[in-house]
Design a binder for this molecule. Structure first.
Ligand code: GDP
Length: 288
């Protein structure tokens, strides 16, 4: 795939590497056998993604905690396979289904990744868009939250957009891409598009799906941009290693993570002191 690699040229959406075992075989292949095919780096990256844990949830941008840690947003149409992909990457059954519990479906759910004492990345699971049952007001509100988040979240480092490989970029997928496109073009925000449920396509269809998505992504690819694309299947475990490697490459360096952990501890201590003084629960600092 054309996913980010440390020394790659950044100028274009590159063609993918030859893909995947046949869907039938992959679907039934034992997990261990597949893991053995992964490079030591990919296994390390997957051990790291496994550390993901729920952090907090917010209904609005200004309710998100301010942070210097690189944040990676997972976005996609409802039913694109986003929750399953996040769970598969984290190798946890329930992690992203927090985002599907009643009352949280329109929320941004944050997960911390990396060492417990000094997390080095945050994942933001954004509400799935385009769900038919959502009424118009909810849809407009969602659009506003998403647009604001993607355009303004200060520590947004990358977006992982899940697009169903059978349908390609729909109008809503395109709209979402437009929200973040200005920051992708300058290279401020990296983009990885995962073409999900690739197990449902044969090789020819997979190649075609990649080709059409690449054509769409050409419009955000510049000299500065960092845009990747990969076939992905939670079921057949296609692209898991590449996605984990990309995520890992966006983690904060250890010193930055350490400093952020110290800041968070200092803020928590300050808050506890304020609470003790006022006798009332104090609100933690929030920001964009
Ligand atoms: P979300 O709404 O984007 O979070 O989508 P879900 O993760 O809930 O998945 C929607 C549906 O697609 C569910 O029925 C999943 O079982 C199915 N699904 C998810 N990932 C895959 C995959 O890799 N392959 C196949 N064939 N189905 C998948």
């Amino acid at each position: 795939m054309s996913q980010p690699k440390p020394n790659r040229s950044k100028s274009s959406v590159k063609p993918p590497r030859p893909v995947t075992p046949s869907p039938g075989r992959a679907r039934h292949a034992p997990r261990k056998a597949e893991a053995a095919e992964w490079s030591p780096e990919a296994r390390d990256a997957l051990a790291w993604t496994h550390s993901a844990r729920f952090f907090t949830t917010a209904a609005k941008l200004d309710q998100l905690p301010a942070s210097e840690l690189p944040e990676v947003a997972f976005v996609g149409r409802s039913n694109a396979g986003k929750s399953t992909a996040v769970n598969t990457l984290a190798q946890q059954r329930q992690l992203a289904f927090a985002s599907k519990t009643p009352g949280r479906t329109q929320h941004i759910n944050l997960f911390q990744v990396g060492p417990k004492a000094a997390p080095d990345q945050v994942w933001a699971d954004l509400p799935g868009y385009g769900y038919a049952a959502v009424d118009r007001t909810a849809k407009l509100r969602w659009q506003e939250v998403m647009a604001q988040y993607l355009a303004q979240r200060r520590n947004l480092a990358a977006v992982v957009q899940m697009v169903d490989s059978r349908h390609g970029f729909t109008e809503l997928d395109q709209q979402l891409l437009d929200f973040v496109a200005p920051r992708v073009r300058t290279g401020e925000v990296k983009l990885l598009v995962l073409l999900t449920k690739a197990d449902k396509l044969n090789r020819k269809e997979q190649a075609e799906s990649l080709r059409s998505a690449q054509a769409v992504l050409a419009e955000v690819a510049t000299e500065e941009s960092d845009v990747g694309i990969a076939l992905f299947s939670s079921l057949a475990r296609i692209g898991l290693d590449d996605a984990a490697l990309a995520l890992r490459s966006w983690a904060a360096p250890a010193d930055v993570a350490q400093r952020e952990a110290e800041l968070a501890a200092a803020r928590a201590a300050e808050l506890a002191e304020l609470q003790a003084l006022s006798g009332e629960p104090a609100k933690p600092p929030r920001g964009r």
